[in-house]
Ligand binder design. Structure first.
Ligand SMILES: NC(=O)c1ccc[n+]([C@@H]2O[C@H](COP(=O)([O-])OP(=O)(O)OC[C@H]3O[C@@H](n4cnc5c(N)ncnc54)[C@H](O)[C@@H]3O)[C@@H](O)[C@H]2O)c1
Length: 386
């Protein structure tokens, strides 16, 4: 991928740099549900970080979570505003459900506080655009919580594409699926999750290939969504607050999505994702280039990982050849690398490790799939100026 293509995402370095000497990096946790646990544990493993406060809308929830980790002196609040207004912070982890990604992120950026925002970026493209505009005015950045980016196998996919081994890429098939894998909790209602499988795990599939080919701009999309499984008590699962029947009754997001997307540069992207279906996987990811093609095996329960050794198919001296690319092991847990990369970028005044300028296109595709599914026809993807 040419420097010109990648260069469009190069961010200007931000002014606000935290000195690595003297005091610790002061972080706040916004939303203390399930994923906040991984943030708290990863921050606690960093010697140069102090968790100074946490907030949750549910009274007592933040306190209970912090106490569980022995963080009994860390202050607790009942909203992101209270936390940000009352604390001196260098950064926040926004670990709220999708419908509450935008407000805490913008509130922090407006006060020049760096944000590590959980995936997916937002629910709608408009919300993502609002965040990007707030970031543009801020001295701080927002980095998106896509930990598969730090997986050596994901990096290898990008390296293979960038090496030119595939030649010009013209078609990509991606997505992943679960035969049974519908979450419960806040993921399955529009008022909290906003989007279902499409946002939850679809954003990872899109990032895997879009990042590899340099995030070309999406142009048009013909999308489809359905929810035949989540709404059926036979397939929905209970969680700690609801029976399977209750979860089926409140399920009002997608559990399956498919789309045909045209990207700038003439690349076709064929995408499908599922939380549940009568199939183990909707297929491997394949990247077809004019010189070679890459097959990336899917996983049984898709969560953004490479499912086995990849295969590079090409012709060598007139012979059809296949090269196996072995699975590479990570040196550290991916989540810890995601947290560390955020801290290092802030401390060293570097750009966001997973920048909003890239994930805006990821969100534009998700938004386009929802709009096209609603309209029942192909639509143009319009991305406003930031
Ligand atoms: N990176 C990953 O591997 C990964 C894994 C799971 C979830 N996630 C993402 O993390 C986010 C949260 O998921 P979860 O499973 O922890 O959800 P959750 O529902 O368990 O927790 C979210 C919490 O945020 C609180 N909250 C909402 N708005 C708030 C606000 N304005 N101020 C303070 N608290 C607020 C809620 O009360 C709730 O306790 C989702 O966007 C999800 O997609 C990422």
């Amino acid at each position: 991928m040419s420097d010109a293509v990648l260069g469009q995402f190069k961010q200007p370095e931000k002014e606000k740099v935290i000195s690595s000497e003297g005091r610790k990096f002061r972080v706040g946790i916004i939303g203390t549900g399930w994923i906040a646990e991984s943030h708290i544990e990863s921050y606690m493993n960093q010697p140069d970080v102090e968790i100074v406060a946490a907030a949750d809308l549910i009274p007592g929830k933040a306190r209970a979570k912090l106490d569980h980790y022995g963080l009994t002196n860390v202050r607790c609040y009942n909203s992101h505003k209270e936390l940000i207004d009352n604390e001196e912070l260098d950064g926040v982890s926004v670990c709220t459900y999708n419908r509450q990604h935008k407000d805490p992120t913008i509130y922090a950026l407006e006060r020049n506080i760096h944000v590590l925002l959980e995936k997916p970026f937002t629910v709608t493209l408009d919300e993502a655009v609002e965040i990007c505009r707030a970031e543009k005015k801020s001295k701080a950045f927002v980095s998106l919580g896509f930990q598969p980016r730090f997986d050596e196998n994901m990096k290898m996919i990008k390296k293979i594409v960038e090496s030119g081994a595939l030649g010009e890429v013209y078609y990509i098939q991606t997505g992943g699926g679960r035969r049974r894998g519908i979450p419960g909790s806040t993921f399955i209602e529009d008022k909290t999750g906003g989007i279902g499988a499409l946002g939850d795990i679809g954003c990872y599939s899109l990032d895997m290939v879009l990042n590899a080919v340099g995030y070309p701009k999406p142009l048009t999309v013909s999308g489809y969504t359905s929810n035949f499984f989540g709404t059926n008590p036979l397939y929905s699962i209970p969680d700690q607050d609801h029976t399977a029947e209750e979860n089926a009754a409140r399920f009002n997001v997608d559990d399956f999505a498919a789309a045909f997307i045209r990207l700038e540069g003439g690349i076709i992207l064929d995408f499908r994702i599922s939380w549940a279906m009568h199939l183990d996987t909707p297929g491997d990811t394949v990247i077809l280039g004019k010189k070679a093609a890459l097959r990336i095996p899917s996983t049984e329960c898709w969560n953004g990982t490479v499912g086995g050794e990849m295969t590079l198919y090409t012709d060598t001296a007139g012979l059809r050849t296949e090269t196996k690319i072995p699975i590479l092991k990570a040196s550290k847990p991916l989540f810890e690398m995601k947290i560390r990369s955020f801290l290092d970028a802030v401390k060293e005044g570097k750009p966001a490790p997973v920048p909003s300028s890239q994930i805006l296109y990821n969100q534009a595709i998700i938004d386009g799939i929802m709009k096209s599914a609603e309209a029942g026809k192909e639509i143009e993807i319009q991305i406003p100026e930031i």
